[in-house]
Design a protein around this ligand. Structure first.
Ligand code: SF4
Length: 373
């Protein structure tokens, strides 16, 4: 059976003001210890999930780019001892522009890494500084030059909706990214989390994010530019040139099996979901004592609901019979479906239901109206 593996590397040199991911401040000694615990965690899962074929490995973070290639190599070796890694497996390392050096790229390539994901976010130095990012435009330019020189398959992350991101800035960021021509783009709309410094500033009224209407207009403008340049949105936040869709990302949206390793990592295997402890002490104790996190069991109906939610995020949509299956004799959702089609939020075509770009902007409304929220 196939398996996708996510490896969480929580280290960041500094904490961005909008970030609510599981991260810790970068410490070389801690980094080495963390890798040792990861190796132990892989060995434990090898016994619990035997006979799997790994089709993708994704080092995410945090900033996995701060790991030494040798350490990435140790993790990959442990994965290869635990399972068969498919010859054409997609192996991605997420990084940040300042950490993209020629020697690191070469080291990663020698290990079999074949995809790099770079957190560009924006091209304006003052916006990057406001976000608390460590990198600047000059780092992006150098990183892109190296990725292109090495003909890498790479992804660029962009953020839309950051306070201070004017229309001119957004448009010049998108135009510049199109010149840099990454095969894949992850375009995230900023979510403001209460627990972050940005969340507190927004709550206090000292910083004001752009309105939803502004963000939708900016997103639709970018949608058209990317489409014209040959990109295809295959998920609400992800677009790629044909053939460069991320195999690892698709695992999540198709609800195939994935195993998350490291602090706070999520897993989904068959009917079970679980999350590793997010705190270092709890996580390392769990691994070293051979314990497992608490599993959540989802019955068939719940998994069908998840498939509907995730499927509507993608360009493939869902078979409309899934809604009939999910709701049984209750057909209250049909009235909403007709209205959503009339509004241009959903399209029903030969038994498949797809969200349109306007629908992707109203996913919560769609989920509620279809009775699957
Ligand atoms: S680099 Fe990424 S993971 Fe690290 S603090 Fe910034 S947003 Fe969070």
């Amino acid at each position: 059976m196939d398996l996708a593996v996510y490896v969480h590397v929580p280290f960041c040199v500094d904490r961005c003001v909008y970030c609510d991911f599981v991260t810790v401040r970068y410490e070389p000694a801690w980094r080495r210890l963390y890798v040792r615990v990861l190796l132990q965690e892989i060995r434990r899962w090898a016994d619990r999930l035997p006979d799997r074929v790994v089709r993708s490995v994704y080092f995410g973070g945090g900033t996995p780019g701060v790991l030494h290639p040798d350490e990435i190599g140790q993790v990959l070796d442990a994965l290869r001892s635990a399972w068969l890694i498919a010859e054409d497996a997609e192996i991605t390392v997420e990084t940040t522009p300042w950490a993209v050096t020629a020697s690191k790229l070469q080291g990663l390539r020698d290990l079999g890494v074949n995809r790099i994901s770079v957190g560009i976010q924006a091209y304006d130095d003052d916006l990057l500084a406001a976000m608390g990012r460590v990198h600047r435009r000059r780092h992006i330019e150098r990183a892109v030059e190296r990725l292109r020189a090495g003909t890498w398959n790479w992804n660029a992350d962009l953020i839309l909706g950051y306070p201070g991101q004017t229309r001119t800035r957004w448009q010049s960021t998108v135009r510049r990214l199109l010149q840099d021509a990454p095969p894949h783009v992850s375009l995230y709309i900023l979510e403001v989390h209460e627990s972050t410094p940005l969340g507190r500033w927004v709550a206090a009224g000292t910083v004001r994010p752009p309105s939803d209407a502004w963000v939708e207009r900016a997103w639709r403008w970018a949608y058209v530019q990317f489409r014209r340049a040959g990109y295809r949105f295959y998920e609400v936040s992800n677009l790629a040139r044909p053939g460069f869709e991320s195999r690892h990302n698709l695992t999540y949206w198709r609800l195939d099996d994935y195993l998350g390793l490291g602090m706070g990592a999520h897993s989904c295997v068959g009917p079970y979901r679980w999350q590793n402890p997010a705190a270092w002490l709890d996580y390392s104790r769990m691994v070293l004592q051979g314990e497992t996190p608490a599993f959540t069991f989802r019955d068939r109906r719940e998994r069908l609901r998840e498939r509907i939610l995730l499927g509507l995020r993608t360009r493939w949509g869902i078979p409309d019979r899934w809604l009939r299956l999910y709701h049984g004799s209750d057909d209250g959702w049909r009235v909403f479906l007709q209205e959503a089609v009339r509004q241009g939020w959903l399209r029903l075509d030969r038994g498949r239901l797809r969200a349109t770009p306007a629908g992707w902007f109203r996913l919560m409304t769609l989920y509620e109206g279809l009775g699957v929220a």
